[in-house]
Design a protein. Structure first.
Length: 522
């Protein structure tokens, strides 16, 4: 990544425009050169700049496809803010986010047309809705919309501190929060690592990366922008499928991979893994949730490449801790339980409940200071002040830093559940359950799961005289929350354990499922 690049618009403007430019994107059997990609993204950017003012939120509800990537850079070209929507969310959740962000243009893929039609009339701002695949009676088709751009106005100037993306995370109160990320979130870590001489981490000429996560995940957006900044090729799997991943590795000679552990496990379990040639792969990064040592050893033996573990949050803009390849080769097996050491330019500390730094080896809350950190939550000053304090992101994860600077995650101070790398807050699941007339009280926890890391479990107190079935409550909750957030099991109880302030003692509910485990995260 060149030092002259400081915004996503700079990346777009740095792309070659000649007829013989290299391949930027490969999606199944179709490819797009950098010059063609740049032409289309700038064209879409001109149209966005004509339709909305700078800072407007641009929504995207689509799998990863050529137009998705075009629009990410088109929004930056127009100094707008890209707001990609989680494809797994229910209609009610999507409606809330589109309203909350005050989305002015919403781009929708055909398979999601019925979902948007279900809440379109209730949208407060009534955004312009663009049909990415055309074939809609009322919404303009994307290609015609893009090609109707007027005489070029030129890229709108932006700074490293201007917000370019607004990614929504699950909320502790049951409502998603819009994390505002500036341009610098996508550059700071790479710049600092290069300046520190850790060039092994950077994209190299000829690298071919594989993307199998939609870029409403911050790690995927970071992967895309850093790949394009280096002029490398990105092979995209629009919807994760382990067989398709393995076929792409062999066919395209992929050099860089990234997974959440649940995905890596499915890839290695696929019968095709025994026949796949992994010799082109030089690096495999994983993150999103802790990895089982048995899975890591199996991956190391089968793939034979360097491994690196990322730790980060949407609020930190991207990864902030890295367990480096040499750590994975260490004879100290306990080191594999570490989340890693800070990237160059990142500071990490552990603090007690009063916010005071604790000594090495003492468990506290993990806090991160980085130039990549978010600007704040969209229109949520109180929540921003709780999470971002004097430049430090308070992660909600409990852990400690050893005498060598390695960070170990031991527990989750917040109640968040991580299922296959997806964050789930109990409050939003409980709210959905409480809408059923037979539910008097509900409490949700995460319990260990062999494949997904954790899954949701609910405890329910029913209204007197009612006897709902678990399946009935789960089906009812499905109306309001995404499938992956639904409880996998429900226990009906007479009371919920509460402290003197009336708060549910989740630790007591969790204890039977986690007592035999060294860490309280899985």
């Amino acid at each position: 990544m060149s030092t002259k690049l400081s915004t996503l618009g700079d990346i777009l403007q740095s792309m070659p425009s000649g007829t013989e430019s290299p391949i930027a994107l490969t999606i199944r059997d179709e490819q797009r050169s950098y010059s063609e990609f740049r032409r289309r993204a700038e064209q879409a950017g001109e149209r966005i700049a004509t339709d909305v003012t700078r800072g407007a939120r641009i929504g995207l509800l689509s799998t990863d496809r050529f137009e998705s990537f075009e629009l990410l850079f088109a929004a930056a070209y127009a100094a707008a803010v890209m707001t990609p929507l989680n494809l797994k969310l229910a209609a009610a959740e999507l409606e809330y986010i589109v309203n909350d962000a005050e989305v002015q243009i919403l781009f929708v893929e055909k398979q999601f047309y019925p979902l948007v039609e279900a809440f379109e009339a209730r949208l407060q701002r009534r955004p312009t809705i663009i049909a990415l695949d055309g074939e809609h009676a009322r919404w303009p088709a994307y290609r015609a919309w893009r090609e109707s751009a007027p005489t070029p106005l030129g890229v709108r100037p932006a700074t490293r501190d201007d917000v370019v993306a607004q990614l929504y995370t699950s909320g502790t109160t049951g409502r998603p929060k819009g994390v505002q990320l500036p341009h610098r979130s996508f550059f700071a870590v790479h710049d600092a690592m290069r300046d520190a001489g850790e060039t092994w981490f950077l994209w190299q000429p000829g690298d071919i990366g594989l993307l199998n996560l939609p870029f409403f995940h911050v790690g995927s957006a970071w992967w895309v922008t850093s790949c394009f900044a280096a002029g490398c090729e990105l092979v995209v799997i629009p919807a994760f499928n382990p067989t398709e991943v393995l076929q792409a590795i062999g066919k395209h000679r992929v050099t860089r991979l990234g997974f959440v552990p649940a995905m890596l496990q499915m890839v290695l379990a696929d019968p095709l893994a025994k026949q796949t040639d992994f010799s082109s792969v030089r690096q495999c990064f994983y993150g999103g949730s802790p990895i089982a040592s048995t899975l890591l050893y199996r991956a190391q033996r089968r793939m034979g490449c360097d491994f690196g573990q990322f730790y980060g949050m949407t609020e930190t803009g991207n990864a902030v801790l890295l367990l480096r390849p040499e750590d994975h080769r260490s004879t100290d097996q306990g080191l594999l339980r570490a989340a890693g050491k800070p990237f160059a330019g990142v500071e990490v500390k552990c603090v007690d409940r009063e916010g005071r730094a604790v000594p090495p080896g003492t468990v506290g809350e993990i806090c991160i200071k980085s130039e990549s950190n978010m600007v704040g939550y969209w229109r949520l000053p109180r929540e921003t002040a709780e999470t971002l304090r004097e430049g430090w992101i308070h992660s909600g994860d409990g852990g400690y830093i050893d005498e060598n600077g390695y960070v170990f995650i031991t527990d989750r101070i917040k109640d968040m559940v991580i299922c296959a790398g997806e964050n789930i807050y109990p409050a939003e699941v409980e709210e959905a359950l409480l809408k059923h007339p037979a539910v008097a009280e509900a409490a949700v926890i995460g319990v260990p799961h062999e494949h997904w890391g954790e899954v949701v479990k609910a405890f329910v107190v029913v209204q007197p005289g009612t006897s709902p079935r678990a399946a009935e409550l789960i089906d009812h909750a499905r109306r309001d929350i995404a499938e992956y957030k639904l409880p996998r099991s429900i226990d009906f109880v007479s009371t919920l354990p509460r402290n003197s302030m009336g708060k549910v003692r989740r630790a007591e509910l969790r204890a039977p499922y986690w007592q035999a485990r060294e860490r309280q995260v899985n």
